[in-house]
Structures are given as structure tokens and as C-alpha cells.
Design a protein around this ligand. Structure first.
Ligand code: DC
Length: 227
């Protein structure tokens, strides 16, 4: 089999990674892999079992019985927890918080590593997360570090929730984002950081179209051949 082309996108919560990665994947005919969804599916399991986010031993024990799978339906990623499609459950705030807290533990990260690497070996992927360029796919041909100020990210999240008719508080959202950033960047294993060879893209003052173009351009400069 010929070598696959991999694009790794890392960055903090709310930087726009999934919107951008999905659009780039559609333009290039790549598979989009949202790795946060995998950590979220594991978090669903821990929450259902009533495990505290600080209970490393119980989380490690629960990991032994967890099977996570990804499938694609009409091009959309579906995540399965022990055979159950949990895609509709993973966007809750509570699940995001548990995912961030539980992803600091080695057994949780180990559980997902091979799944992510296998996906990247079998297809051209654009994979987003926190440690893709630094740890999961260190040989990815293109690496992007996508970020925006915490204020801009909070505003985007606020507008998203407001559009859904949900009442929310901008200060609280920004505070949550700052806490999540801190935890993701300061954990011991595979913390969020820019890979040395990653292109730094601050999207605070960029349109979605500009960010998409910027990433495709970076990939072309790094050997991407389009059909
Ligand atoms: O991208 P997201 O918000 O769906 O991710 C949820 C949490 O999962 C995030 O706060 C940290 C963790 N995560 C991780 O540790 N490594 C990844 N590659 C992706 C997500």
C-alpha cells in the first residue's frame, strides 16, 4: 500500500479545529478524525459508572473493559463505546469536563493510541486533538497548531450556545476555557503544546475560509499532491 498523507491539527478548546478540519477533509477528500470524541466516549463510560474524575485507580480499572471504535456513516464520524453508538451523548459540558480531567491518566491515553495510529496508516487523514503532532503522529507530513485568544474562543462558544437558544454567561465560559487550557497544557503525559515543526495559526482575526486556505497551502508546500 502506498504511504498515506497525514495532517495533524492541535490546539486548545474552541480554536475551531473541528470546523476547519472537517472542511479541509471535504476539500481534499481526506478522512476527518476527531480524537476529542474518543476521549469523550471514554468519559461517558466513567460518568455512567459514577467514577470521580480524581479516582485514577477506578478510571484505570474501567479502561480494561472499554472498547472504543470509530465508523463513518455518510462521511460523518460515529464513535462506539462497547458497541453502542454514543455520538449523540458526547457534546454535553459534563462529558467535556470529564474528558479533559480523565485524559491526564496514562491508561486512558494508551487505550486510544493504536486506534488513532491505525486510522492514519490506512487512509489520508486530517486528525485533530491535543497531542497529534507531538505524540500520536510525529511523522505527519503537515502539522498545524491552531489557536485563538481565550476571549475570542469564549465568544464563539457563547454565540453557538445562544443560537441553540441556551442561556449562558460569557465570563463563565471564558473561565472554563482558561481552566481547560491550563489542564490540557500542564498535564504530565502528552500535554498540549506546539510541535517544533508545526505551523502556528492564530485564528482570532481570520475568517474560516482564510484558515482553510492557509492549511491547504501549508500541506501543498509539504508535498501534498491533489488528484
Ligand atoms: O477537543 P475536545 O474538546 O472534544 O476534547 C475533549 C478533551 O479530551 C480535551 O479537553 C482533552 C482531551 N483530549 C486529549 O487529551 N487529547 C486529544 N488528542 C484530544 C482530546
Amino acid at each position: 500500500m502506498s504511504e498515506t498523507y497525514n495532517i495533524a491539527i492541535d490546539g486548545p478548546a474552541g480554536a475551531g479545529k473541528s470546523t476547519i478540519a472537517r472542511a479541509v477533509a471535504a476539500k481534499l477528500g481526506f478522512v476527518y478524525v476527531d480524537t476529542g470524541a474518543l476521549y469523550r466516549a471514554m468519559a461517558v463510560c466513567f460518568l455512567r459508572k459514577g467514577i470521580s474524575q480524581d479516582d485514577e485507580a477506578q478510571i484505570a480499572a474501567a479502561c480494561r473493559d472499554i472498547q472504543i471504535d470509530i465508523r463513518y456513516e455518510d462521511g460523518a464520524q460515529q464513535v462506539f463505546l462497547n458497541g453502542e453508538n454514543v455520538t449523540g451523548l458526547i457534546r454535553e459540558e459534563e462529558v467535556g469536563k470529564m474528558a479533559s480531567a480523565s485524559s491526564v491518566y496514562a491508561p486512558v491515553r494508551r487505550k486510544l493510541l493504536n486506534l488513532q495510529r491505525n486510522l492514519a496508516q490506512t487512509a489520508n487523514v486530517i486528525m485533530d486533538g491535543r497531542d497529534i503532532g507531538t505524540c500520536v503522529l510525529p511523522d505527519a507530513q503537515t502539522k498545524i497548531y491552531l489557536t485563538a485568544s481565550s476571549h475570542v474562543r469564549a465568544l464563539r462558544r457563547y454565540r453557538e450556545l445562544a443560537e441553540k437558544g441556551l442561556t449562558c454567561n460569557l465570563q463563565e465560559i471564558e473561565q472554563d476555557i482558561i481552566e481547560r487550557d491550563y489542564r490540557d497544557m500542564h498535564r504530565e503525559i502528552a500535554p498540549l503544546k506546539q510541535a517544533e515543526d508545526a505551523v502556528y495559526v492564530d485564528t482570532s482575526d481570520m475568517t474560516v475560509a482564510q484558515v482553510i486556505d492557509c492549511i491547504i497551502q501549508a500541506a501543498r508546500e509539504r508535498g501534498l499532491k491533489e488528484n
